[in-house]
Design a protein around this ligand. Structure first.
Ligand SMILES: NC(=O)c1ccc[n+]([C@@H]2O[C@H](COP(=O)([O-])OP(=O)(O)OC[C@H]3O[C@@H](n4cnc5c(N)ncnc54)[C@H](OP(=O)(O)O)[C@@H]3O)[C@@H](O)[C@H]2O)c1
Length: 288
């Protein structure tokens, strides 16, 4: 087992010394809440070691203790996905401490409404793109070379990006998030083609509405709302069974396909008057 480096201020290692070398490793960003925690628990129960990334590391610690996660099977990394340099430090520290991951899940994301008439919302748009898009690439970047190298003699592993059904078509008031998720879906498709010859799989997972802090403040109806545990089960199956693209729950997959077919006039009419996502400054914190 590689010796643990000393904790660094950029990406402090807060977990106990790892690890069981032969058990697979999953890296998950956004592990301090919602889908990240649910995915972590599902992979943990499948025997994986966990590399858990977020800014609120105390939340991860609290969750790990409450979930009775074996202290030899996880490490926590404090990093902001929108800070590419911090993500490189996180990735290198993880590679050294826990080895080459089998699965990397770029899950961290934020969802904030925007109004193009408001100057401050330009900054919100930038923050959403930086977190949801730059953050996704920055999550994969530190691991791709090592995963491709391992693919020469064994399994390269899997990169997973969390998109959204909101990325299929633009939702009024939700332009930053919808656009960021559309970009994420397209980026993942490009990456899939790039990584395939290198022996690394890429999986796009598009959640519909899942009951997490990100959606709990929504003021509109959320069809087919799903619990995070149920989402994690379906996502786990999609990731390990080799799907390249999965919408969860499946009913939202049907809705997404129909949305793509609707002519603009009908689509606009259906969404007219729909309550909008909360913007910053409306008395709500950002999602995530
Ligand atoms: N819930 C849904 O219905 C739904 C639907 C479609 C897609 N999604 C996507 O699923 C993912 C997870 O969402 P969720 O519902 O679990 O939301 P959540 O409960 O609000 O959790 C968001 C997570 O992202 C992390 N995060 C946000 N900004 C970050 C940053 N700059 N650096 C590092 N971590 C950051 C947060 O950690 P810290 O704040 O501690 O850093 C938190 O752990 C997101 O990409 C979201 O867009 C969710």
């Amino acid at each position: 087992m590689a010796p643990l480096p000393p904790p660094s201020p950029e990406a402090p290692l807060l977990g106990p010394a790892a690890a069981v070398p032969e058990s697979p490793l999953v890296v998950i960003t956004g592990a301090s809440s919602g889908l990240g925690q649910a995915l972590a628990l599902r992979f943990y129960h499948a025997g994986y070691r966990l590399a858990l990334v977020a800014r609120r590391v105390s939340e991860i610690e609290r969750w790990a203790r409450a979930s009775q996660i074996d202290i030899t099977r996880y490490q926590i990394y404090s990093a902001d996905v929108s800070d590419a340099n911090a993500m490189v430090v996180m990735g290198n520290t993880c590679l050294q401490a826990q080895g080459v991951p089998d699965v990397v899940i770029a899950n961290a994301g934020i969802s904030v409404g925007v109004d193009t008439a408001c100057r401050t919302d330009i900054d919100v748009m930038a923050r959403v793109f930086t977190t949801n898009n730059i953050g996704m690439m920055a999550t994969f970047h530190p691991f791709v070379a090592a995963m491709a190298a391992r693919a020469v003699t064994g399994s390269g592993g899997t990169l997973v990006g969390i998109g959204s059904v909101a990325g299929i078509r633009g939702l009024p008031g939700h332009g930053a998030y919808s656009a960021s998720k559309a970009a994420a879906i397209t980026y993942l498709e490009s990456l899939r083609g790039e990584m395939k010859p290198l022996g690394v799989r890429v999986v796009t997972v598009c959640p519909g509405y899942i009951d997490t802090p990100l959606t709990q403040k929504n003021r509109y109806t959320m069809p087919f709302l799903m619990q995070p545990k149920d989402f994690a089960e379906k996502a786990f199956q999609a990731i390990v069974t080799g799907a390249s693209y999965s919408v969860i729950p499946w009913q939202m997959g049907v809705v997404a396909k129909l949305m793509r077919l609707l002519p603009n006039a009908l689509y606009d009419k259906l969404l007219a008057g729909r309550p909008r996502k909360h913007r910053d400054g409306e008395g709500w914190a950002e999602g995530g």
